[in-house]
Structure formats: structure tokens, C-alpha cells
Design a protein around this ligand. Structure first.
Ligand code: AR6
Length: 190
């Protein structure tokens, strides 16, 4: 799947793609999970369907060892049949009114996964639009947080990560991400 928008940040690329994240070859795929690590609908359901049952088995083991995953953090499993080495299961915030730490928790999902990637020698990583489906985060705000958090992280870290793909499932979400990426580029050029 070709990227139709890309920002160059140092030696790295932040790409925007519209499509199904389970079809895109990368080293690590990020999932939008829940804190019970119990599987679910949306992109979580798609990842488990495409990846097969071993991902849920690994999550069961993690759950029995550490009892789930806090919001804003992530856990790592293998990727089963998905075209990747790892799945990072990030737990985004449920959106309430924006006054309950939602933006920090959402940004933390992105930085946690990028740090996990750097620790594992991951070069390419894909993210869905975390929290903007069932968890109800307004897409414009979430897209701005995703683009800015990834761009700032790429600018300030050297290491294995070379390509970050932000994947949108719908054309309208894709256009919103594109607008946010253009705004980031303009603000950097000033
Ligand atoms: N590829 C890329 N993006 C997708 C795909 C796909 N195959 N399928 C859906 N999306 P959501 P959340 C988009 O609801 O809001 C689950 O039940 C979707 O259009 O998957 O973080 C979990 O278990 C939307 O833009 O995640 C949790 O309980 C984005 O992925 C809860 O939902 C995220 O939507 C998490 O809710």
C-alpha cells in the first residue's frame, strides 16, 4: 500500500496511509486495545482475526502475570499470521470531556510504542487512529496529537526507527490527518 503523504524528519519518515492496518508489512503493528487485554471490536477485532489465536493466548499470559495494561501504556506480543514481528497493544483513553487527562494519555500511547520499537530494533511501525472509534476521541484533536507526538519523538530520537505509518481506515479521517500533517510542516517552516 503506497503512502500518499510523507513528512521527512531527519533520517526518518512519517507517512500517512488510508487502508486496513492488517495488510501493511511492517516490523511492529500497534493495536488499539483495552486495559483488560481481552480483545474486542474495531481494529482490535481485525488484528485478532487476521493474526490468529496465538496473540490472544499471549495476552492471557500477560494478563495473568500483570493483570492487564494501564491506559496510556502498551504490552508486546508476537504477531501471529500478521505481516509483522510484533504487535504493540496500546490502551487509549475513553474520551469524556477532554478534562480528564485524555490528551496526555493518548500522546503516551504513541511515545510508549515508539520507545518499545526503539528497544526492539524495530525500523518500521504502523499505528491506527487510537481512541477515535469506540472510545469516542474527536478525530481532529486525536489526529493533531498523533502527528505532533510522532514528529517530535522522531526529531528527538536517533536509533532503529526509520518509518512511522499512521493508518486511517476512512477517507474522511485520512483527510483530517493530512490537514494536521500539513499544519505541522508549516509550523516547522516558520
Ligand atoms: N485498519 C485500520 N484502522 C482500523 C481498522 C483496520 N482494519 N478497523 C478499524 N479501524 P477502534 P478505540 C479504525 O474502535 O476507539 C475495541 O473494542 C477505526 O475506524 O478500533 O481505541 C478495543 O478492544 C478508528 O478510526 O479503537 C477497545 O475496547 C480506529 O481504528 C476499544 O475498541 C480506532 O477505532 C478501543 O477503542
Amino acid at each position: 500500500m503506497a503512502s500518499d503523504f510523507s513528512l521527512q524528519i531527519g533520517l526518518c519518515q512519517l507517512q500517512l496511509l488510508k487502508g486496513d492496518i492488517t495488510q501493511i508489512h511492517v516490523d511492529a503493528i500497534v493495536n488499539a486495545a483495552n486495559s483488560a487485554l481481552a480483545g474486542g471490536g474495531g481494529v482490535d477485532g481485525a488484528i485478532h482475526r487476521a493474526g490468529g489465536p496465538e496473540i490472544l493466548q499471549e495476552l492471557d499470559t500477560i494478563r495473568s502475570e500483570q493483570g492487564g495494561c494501564p491506559t496510556g501504556s502498551a504490552v508486546v506480543t508476537s504477531a501471529g499470521r500478521l505481516p509483522a514481528r510484533y504487535v504493540f497493544h496500546a490502551v487509549g483513553p475513553r474520551y469524556r470531556d477532554g478534562k480528564h487527562g485524555e490528551s496526555e494519555l493518548l500522546a503516551s500511547c504513541y511515545t510508549t510504542c515508539l520507545n518499545l520499537a526503539a528497544e526492539r530494533d524495530v525500523q518500521t511501525i504502523s499505528f491506527p487512529s487510537i481512541s477515535t472509534g469506540i472510545y469516542g476521541y474527536p478525530i481532529e484533536d486525536a489526529a493533531q496529537i498523533a502527528v505532533r507526538t510522532v514528529a517530535v519523538w522522531l526529531r528527538s530520537h536517533t536509533g532503529s526507527v526509520r518509518v512511522v505509518k499512521l493508518v486511517q481506515f476512512s477517507q474522511s479521517d485520512h483527510e483530517i490527518y493530512r490537514k494536521q500533517a500539513l499544519q505541522w510542516r508549516e509550523s516547522e517552516a516558520r
